[in-house]
Design a protein. Structure first.
Length: 397
């Protein structure tokens, strides 16, 4: 049965409660759901029901298309002046010897190691330290673009921007303009966590507030630029905090249209100050993807970060609203493996990722950061297995 027929069966299901039927009808009619309806979906929506709604939206927007891009990460440091309770980095500032703090040249060495690799994006994000200031990052972006002009620089979050602009005594609009002039091309979705102060003050005290996070994205969008948004879910927040989070994003997206992708990030509890908080189930992960797809009606893409949730959950997510998988990775991303991600050395070759997508009947497309399609892998013949590479990174003591 195709997705639209499944939807019709659901609309005629005599066992479905009137409230859930009303929401289903709204989705069918392409109408926006309210805050209270979002909470109701979390409280009452069963997996199969949510999957039918989310998959309907997903296939209406993207058919079977499933996007991925080839990027690499630079984490400038794993030390941080902030003390987010969920973060494996925050405790390290007290044991500075266990950390790394890359110099500009060391970061450029990482970029150069990918010179002959078909990557299209560098994703730069890590801890916050005073030596990484406006001048440092401006020079880094400029040097990367000079070295490899076609490499898209997706870097830093409002957490870093708020910190460095405050130190430089410049406002967000001026700061983001300077970053753009230096070579920054988009902003990743990190640092959002949970916006509501009731939760934010407990898990991410002192770093930028929700309004500051949103203001920095707003200023960036005003420059005609794009960014992503995340939500760290499945810890001490209640369902309505998740809806509040998505509501704030949906409102800003109505205003600017600058967000490309929403990435729900599952809280992992290893080696951080919230290790006593249990992790949520895979069913909850899938329900959460589905509700995000339904609630964020003005976001084009919902992305699953496979290294964090396992390959199998990533495959399942493609039936629960997700149309984008991040990504072919090497082992340069430490923040998740340190927090207990499924994959301690997240690495997947393009061929493996393409197979993973095809196994569940979807159509793999390599995209660039702005979702221009680079290669259609549906009928692509791989001549040789491109093995993921493990690069040894310099360790700074
Ligand atoms: O903001 C930290 C999260 C984020 C944990 O934009 C944790 O394309 C779970 O934002 N359990 C940074 N999550 C990563 C990020 C991201 C990732 C992939 C793609 C994109 C994109 C953005 O990592 C942080 C925080 O929410 N994080 N610790 C943890 N224990
Ligand atoms: Fe620092 Fe980010 Fe970790 Fe918070 S989540 S401690 S801001 S690296």
């Amino acid at each position: 049965m195709d997705t639209a027929s499944k939807f019709k069966v659901l609309l005629n299901d005599p066992h479905l409660s009137p409230e859930l039927k009303l929401i289903a009808q709204k989705v069918y009619d392409n109408e926006r759901i309210t805050f209270d309806e979002g909470v109701l979906l979390y409280e009452k929506g069963e997996l199969a029901y949510l999957g039918t709604l989310a998959n309907y939206i997903r296939e209406k927007r993207h058919g079977n298309n499933t996007y991925f891009n080839r990027n690499f990460h630079i984490e400038p440091t794993n030390l941080c002046v902030y003390d987010c309770k969920f973060c494996s980095y925050s405790r390290l500032i007290k044991q500075r010897a266990d950390g790394w703090e890359y110099t500009m040249d060391e970061m450029m060495d990482i970029v150069k190691k990918y010179d002959n690799e078909p990557v299209t994006e560098v994703h730069i994000v890590g801890g916050v330290l005073p030596q990484y200031d406006v001048a440092f990052y401006s020079e880094l972006f400029t040097r990367i673009k000079k070295h490899r002009p076609e490499l898209h620089v997706k870097a830093l979050t409002p957490v870093e921007y708020h910190y460095i602009f405050k130190k430089a005594k410049i406002d967000y609009a001026t700061g983001m303009k300077l970053m753009k002039e230096a070579g920054l091309e988009s902003i990743p979705g990190g640092g959002a966590e949970i916006f509501h102060p009731e939760i934010r003050e407990q898990i991410a005290k002192d770093k930028c507030t929700a309004d500051q996070w949103l203001d920095i994205h707003r200023e960036w969008h005003k420059l005609g630029m794009r960014s992503n948004a995340t939500m760290l879910y499945g810890h001490i927040e209640k369902y309505w905090h998740r809806v509040d989070h998505m509501e704030r994003l949906r409102a800003l997206q109505d205003e600017t249209g600058g967000f490309q992708t929403f990435i729900p990030l599952k809280f992992r509890n290893q080696d951080n100050q919230m290790s006593h908080v249990p992790e949520v189930s895979v069913v909850e992960d899938l329900r959460n993807y589905a509700i995000a797809r339904i609630y964020l009606d003005n976001f084009d893409h919902i992305k699953a970060y496979w290294a964090m949730i396992s390959r199998t959950t990533a495959q399942l997510s493609l039936n629960f609203g997700v149309d984008d998988i991040d990504g072919t990775l090497d082992d340069t991303t430490k923040i998740y493996s340190m927090a207990g991600a499924e994959e301690q050395h997240p690495a997947m070759s393009t061929k493996q990722l393409v197979e993973l997508i095809k196994q569940v009947g979807r159509h793999p497309l390599e995209r660039d950061t702005l979702y221009n399609v680079i290669t259609d892998y549906n009928d692509f013949e791989f001549k040789e297995e491109l093995k993921p590479k493990f690069y040894k990174l310099p360790v700074i003591n």
